[in-house]
Design a protein around this ligand. Structure first.
Ligand code: NAG
Ligand code: NAG
Ligand code: NAG
Length: 434
């Protein structure tokens, strides 16, 4: 090849490559669209291999939804921008949970200053493994909504996020690039959207299907009424030792069937949260698949369900299928027109201040494990795991699926629909068209 051919080629390569590299870093400092900001809506999908849920909001790929997660984190390109170790963002990421999310759009630097790039500590909610990663700015996009369908213009914005090494993705769905923490912590996704977009720290989750950030009405196709106004409400409880997590004030658990109540014979205050130690209480998880109960709660709970379902003598018990403890022959269960199977309803009785108790029907309480075997979809917490200072009950996704949940940390309130099946709507029936 002659020199005069190579030379222009080299020049044009330079012209193509170098501005692109610069642009890639600069592009992560997005200017927010103008206020007043509209509520945002993103699809939630279930990964069948892991039973985890992902949200499509980050430009580089889906993020696993972690209701108890304090940070947004993902793998990064090598030219990611960084924050200074003396920035407010760095204080929020590493603080005591007191430094609130900065109210302005993040302004990271493209030039990494050695020794003074902020390090965050993202953790994998499934494996529990943590790693160190640069705090960076993560480009995101979402559609805006009026609560019924999409508004014409999608928006792009940045959030403060942590980089994480590729191996922190272990046990997450194939294709997921990180985790979206939705806790009350200052750098969780809803806290950042609240601080910078004035959306209020209110968001709705409906698994699997849709997440909505902001103070908005919500309609699902198949059901004519606005949902947030008519569903149940309960005060949220805060655990001083795990201040990001969402707890609900459950005081008793009762099986309700054929108009008879069978309460689980729990020790007094078995479900109570001890604010001094952080032990006990009932919390919500989008990472645990099945609700897990501390042994002293699980035993009486199983007994009550077994007694309630056994009372009429029509339901045939079959050998248990691990990890479940109570299983039934589906052919002995009576199907209901709209609500699955006719089995005892599990009623979580809520403390004063709630508008309703939380009732779980078969769609949330049973799981099919074979052709004709249905099991009670609740697990005993592993001994030691959480028994010492963990929650008494962690409500998992099998129990939250097809339920609309609206978490409102500003008002310390949870709104909950119970299973939507039977109403005509499902979590998959949000109208994702303009
Ligand atoms: C907005 O919604 C449209 C239609 O559902 C979809 O194709 C597009 O990817 C969405 N945009 C964002 C940023 O989520
Ligand atoms: C949410 O919206 C409703 C109706 O527009 C309004 O009355 C209420 O004050 C808003 N709440 C917050 C926290 O902004
Ligand atoms: C929950 O159930 C208990 C027991 O039946 C009842 O006393 C209480 O009033 C119920 N709470 C609400 C808010 O309906």
């Amino acid at each position: 090849m002659h020199l005069h051919v190579i030379f222009p080629l080299a020049i044009s390569l330079l012209l193509v490559l170098s501005p692109a590299a610069v642009r890639r870093c600069a592009a992560q400092e997005r200017t927010d669209d103008a206020p007043p900001y509209k509520p945002l809506v993103s699809p939630l999908a279930r990964d069948s291999a892991t039973s985890l849920y992902t949200i499509s909001i980050q430009d580089s790929g889906p993020l696993v939804v972690d209701l108890a997660g304090p940070l947004v984190w993902s793998t990064c390109t090598s030219d990611h921008p960084t924050f200074s170790c003396s920035s407010r963002e760095c204080a929020s990421a590493n603080g005591d949970g007191v430094t609130p999310a900065p109210a302005l759009a993040p302004r990271p630097s493209c030039r990494k200053r050695p020794n003074c790039a902020c390090t965050a500590h993202p953790c994998n909610p499934v494996t529990g493994r943590c790693a160190a990663g640069d705090l960076t700015s993560s480009p995101m996009s979402a559609n805006t909504t009026d609560g019924r369908s999409l508004l014409p213009h999608p928006v792009s914005f940045s959030t403060v996020a942590s980089c994480a090494p590729e191996n922190l993705l272990q046990s997450l769905p194939a294709g997921a690039v990180g985790v979206a923490g939705l806790s009350r912590a200052p750098l969780s996704l809803p806290s950042q959207l609240a601080a910078r977009r004035g959306l209020g720290s209110r968001f709705a989750l409906c698994l699997p299907g849709v997440a909505v950030f902001g103070n908005t009405t919500i309609y699902l196709m198949g059901f004519p009424l606005e949902l947030t106004a008519i569903i149940g409400r309960t005060p949220l409880v805060k655990n001083p030792k795990r201040s990001g997590d969402y707890y609900i004030p459950v005081v008793a658990i009762t099986m309700v069937w054929t108009s008879r109540d069978t309460p689980a014979a729990l020790q007094p205050r078995a479900l109570e949260l001890d604010p001094a130690t952080g032990r006990g209480g009932v919390t919500l998880s989008t990472v645990a698949q099945y609700t897990a109960m501390r042994s002293d709660v699980y035993g009486p709970f199983l007994q009550a369900f077994d007694a309630a379902i056994g009372a009429p003598g029509t339901v045939k018990k079959v050998p248990e299928v691990a990890p479940f403890k109570l299983c039934y022959d589906a052919w002995s269960l009576r199907p209901l027109k709209r609500l699955g199977w006719d089995v005892p309803i599990i009623r979580l009785e809520l403390a004063a201040g709630a508008s309703n108790n939380w009732t779980m029907y078969s769609g949330n309480s049973l799981v099919q494990v074979g052709d004709r075997t249905m099991c009670l979809a609740f697990l005993e917490m592993a001994a030691g795991g959480g028994s010492d200072d963990g929650p008494a009950v962690v409500i998992g996704t099998h129990q939250l699926e097809d339920n609309l949940l609206v978490l409102d940390a500003d008002n310390e309130e949870l709104r909950f629909s119970g299973i939507l099946r039977g109403s005509g709507a499902t979590c998959g029936s949000f109208n994702f068209t303009a």
